[in-house]
Each structure stands twice: as structure tokens, then as C-alpha cells.
Write a protein that binds this ligand. Structure first.
Ligand code: NAP
Length: 402
């Protein structure tokens, strides 16, 4: 064991094959064969450029090995090999993340670098459970949270974790392993869902969590395509068992100080992490001086997840801007349009250095929100490009879109 080297590897069970890491790698060390994204040990200089942009944390894996795994070996992996040194529950990744955060902060300060987690965010645990050792959770409830008259079947799923320790922070995700195999005999990909309950449980001080899941059933070329994981989860019955992996994500986390203003922008089920963050605030610091401002887009009020409970939250806890794109006889409106209409409120928050922005949901809204922030800042002498880069390097700008 004396000649161990540290090898950077990617977890094929979590990786969503977006290839963001390959785009970030200046060395060209990351390759994709159509099945797995892998790191070539002979090229990788461990610059860490690829770590922070990874949306799942699959990139943040390391092995101490005597003989590095070849690219060809990694292409054949369905899961990561065991770490010869074993995995600590305190997570090498966490220690590593501190190191990465510091390195990235130094390397990218002032130059528009990578996102880091908010300085007052709690320390996340990542990668505690994998396909080989998942947590078995039990379904406690599965309720539809969109009106049954609409075609959007969005579900609130509550899972009991029993005696398993699964520390989770608001903004983190868990993986669901759909049972069975695809037509080629391969196990189904793990699907990630943001946890929509706060760290102390869906029910306070209970070891349970909740997800927000939309049933995917789309018409493609005349045929109905049904999402494997989403339909599996949406059909779960009380008492059934579910295999979970994770937790994942170490930057999209909420600041934990009461002065923090949090601007949350979401579409559809992208609201999941914001339900968790809002509930955390409500439970722990309901009279915090920091403001919560939510822009939430859905087709209609009947299709907006959690519409009823959301409307009951007091204004002093959260200011809501609910935005609808398909209300009869009303013009189509998107979250970015409403942000612009609320330019004064947004600009006022952006002027302070305790404001954090989170954007979650459809990939398509990213550009629109960026344009809205640009226009708002231009009107208020704030200069968005510079402010955006500053916020990013300070861990105050977070985007999770699919
Ligand atoms: P959706 O119902 O399809 O759309 C929600 C709203 O967004 C609709 O009003 C839609 O308007 C609008 N919209 C469409 N394009 C837009 C654009 N370019 N800019 C601004 N708004 C736009 O949403 P969904 O199916 O729930 O999708 C949510 C997304 O969040 C998914 O991609 C999901 O993967 C992601 N997400 C989910 C979770 C989770 O835990 N479940 C967590 C993080 C992210 P129109 O349809 O009328 O155009």
C-alpha cells in the first residue's frame, strides 16, 4: 500500500452524462463513449476545474490506487469500484470539497469563477449510499398536489427512513433506483430528485423526507413515452419499499444566517428545494430580518404544486409572485417577465451583499432570467455581469436547471 496514487473518477450511477465536466477540463482529460463519462489518469492534472460545475456531484470521486484504472476499464463500469481505504461517513468528498472551495475561491476570485456554497451553509454529507448499499425507505404517503382536472400529475411523496442515518440539507438531492432492467438487460439509471422537506424531516424531528415528482408521459411521434422513474415513483403505494442513494450536491445549499435574503426563481417541480428552504426558515427563524422572495411559474393555479399551502404562508415570511403561462383569457407570463415587473423589489435586494439567488427548474428559463436580471440591474445602475460574477464567487448565485 505504500505506492498509492490518487485517481480522479466519475460515479457512473449518478452521472447524468451532461458532459459539463468535459467542457470545463482544460487538459482534455475527460471523455465520453456514449455510455460512461471517464477521466484519463494519464492526462488529468487534478486542476479541479471540472468539480464545481457538475450538477450532481458524480464528478467528485477519488480513489487511492496502486495501479490507476484505465479509460477502457472505466468505460465498462456500472458502479464505482470499492475504495481500498474504505469510505468514511464523514466523507472524503467533504474534506475534499473544503479544499476545492478554497482553491476555486483563490483561482477564480474576481474573474467569474465557479459557484461555491454559501459561507453559512451547513456542511453537506455526500455519497453515503450507492447502488450497492442503498437506503431502503418505506412509502408513508403519496398525494397528488395538482388539481385532478389538469394533465399535470405532480405528486408529494413522503418516505420513512426508519433507522437509517441519512443527513440531508435543503437543496440536496437523492437518487431513486427504479427496479428492473431496460431492454438491453442493463439496470435503469438512477433518477435524482431534490428533497422538498427540510433537514429535520417532513414531519419535524422525524426521520422522513419528501419529494416532488411529476409524472412524465409525453407524446412523441404519435407514441406515448412514459418516464420510467417518474411513473414508478408516482405509482408508489403506502408501505412499499424504495431504494435510495445519495445525498448529492454540495453547492446548491441555503445560507443559514437570518440576515440572508433569498430570491428563489422556479418553474414547476423546480420548486422542490424552495419548499425545503422556506420550511427551514419558517421552523427555525420565522421572524428573520432577511427576506424570502419567490417567483414561481406554472401553467395555471391548478397546476402549481403546493398552491394551497403556499398561499397560507405569511407575507412577513415570504413574498410570493405566482406566475401563470396558460390562464384562460390572460396573456402568457413567465417568471422572468414578472421579475422585470418587480424590478424595484429585486434591485433593492440585489444592492445588499446578503442576497442569494437560486434558480431551479426548466433549462429554458435560464436565459430569460439572466436577461431580466441584466435589464433590472441596468435600470438601477448595478451592472449585472460584474455583480453576477461577484455573487457566484461568493456562493450567492446558484442554478439547477434540467
Ligand atoms: P412545466 O410544468 O413544464 O412548466 C412550468 C412553467 O414553466 C410553465 O408555466 C411553462 O410555460 C413555463 N416555462 C416553459 N418554458 C419557459 C421558459 N423558457 N422560461 C420561463 N418559463 C417557462 O414544468 P415541469 O414539467 O414541472 O418542469 C420542471 C423542471 O424542473 C424539470 O425540468 C425538472 O427536471 C426540474 N427539476 C425538478 C426537480 C425535482 O425535484 N422534481 C428539482 C429540480 C429541477 P408553458 O409550458 O406554458 O410554456
Amino acid at each position: 500500500m505504500s505506492n498509492l496514487v490518487r485517481q480522479h473518477v466519475i460515479d457512473p450511477e449518478i452521472c447524468i452524462r451532461c458532459e459539463t465536466c468535459a467542457e470545463m477540463c482544460q487538459q482534455g482529460a475527460i471523455n465520453y463513449d456514449g455510455v460512461n463519462v471517464v477521466v484519463d489518469f494519464n492526462i488529468c492534472n487534478q486542476s479541479m476545474d471540472c468539480i464545481a460545475p457538475c450538477p450532481t456531484g458524480a464528478i467528485d470521486n477519488w480513489r487511492m490506487v496502486e495501479q490507476p484504472y484505465t479509460v477502457a476499464e472505466q468505460y465498462g463500469w456500472e458502479e464505482l469500484p470499492e475504495n481500498v481505504e474504505g469510505e468514511s461517513r464523514d466523507s472524503g468528498a467533504e474534506a475534499l470539497e473544503d479544499e476545492i472551495s478554497a482553491m476555486l475561491k483563490t483561482a477564480h476570485a474576481g474573474a467569474g469563477g465557479e459557484t461555491i456554497r454559501p459561507q453559512t451553509a451547513s456542511q453537506p454529507c455526500v455519497n453515503l449510499y450507492r447502488r450497492a448499499n442503498p437506503v431502503i425507505a418505506e412509502v408513508q404517503g403519496n398525494i397528488r398536489i395538482t388539481d385532478p382536472s389538469t394533465e399535470s400529475d405532480v405528486r408529494h411523496i413522503v418516505l420513512d427512513l426508519g433507522a437509517h442515518a441519512l443527513p440531508i440539507l435543503e437543496g440536496q438531492s437523492l437518487g431513486v433506483i427504479p427496479p428492473g432492467q431496460d431492454e438491453h438487460g442493463r439496470k435503469h439509471f438512477i433518477r435524482l430528485y431534490s428533497v422538498c422537506s427540510p433537514r429535520d424531516g417532513e414531519r419535524p424531528n422525524h426521520n422522513n423526507i419528501a419529494f416532488t415528482v411529476k409524472r412524465v408521459a409525453e407524446r412523441r411521434n404519435g407514441e406515448v413515452f412514459k418516464g420510467i422513474a417518474s411513473n414508478y415513483v408516482c405509482d408508489l403505494k403506502k408501505g412499499e419499499k424504495v431504494e435510495l442513494t445519495g445525498p448529492y450536491g454540495n453547492t446548491f445549499l441555503m445560507p443559514d444566517h437570518p440576515e440572508a435574503n433569498i430570491i428563489m426563481v422556479c418553474t414547476g417541480t423546480g420548486s422542490a428545494p424552495f419548499r425545503a428552504m422556506t420550511e427551514r426558515r419558517r421552523r427555525t427563524m420565522p421572524n428573520a430580518p432577511g427576506k424570502l422572495l419567490l417567483f414561481f411559474g406554472a401553467r395555471t393555479p391548478d397546476e402549481l404544486p403546493y398552491f394551497g399551502p403556499l398561499m397560507k404562508l405569511p407575507e412577513h415570511l415570504i413574498h410570493r409572485e405566482l406566475v401563470f403561462s396558460r390562464e384562460p383569457e390572460k396573456p402568457k407570463e413567465y417568471v422572468q417577465d414578472r421579475m422585470f415587473k418587480c424590478a424595484h423589489r429585486v434591485a433593492e435586494l440585489l444592492q445588499g451583499n446578503q442576497t442569494y439567488i437560486y434558480i431551479c427548474g426548466l433549462k429554458g428559463m435560464e436565459q430569460g432570467v439572466e436577461d431580466a436580471l441584466n435589464k433590472i440591474c441596468a435600470e438601477h445602475n448595478l451592472g449585472w455581469p460584474k455583480l453576477r460574477d461577484a455573487m457566484r464567487t461568493e456562493g450567492r448565485l446558484h442554478i439547477e436547471t434540467y
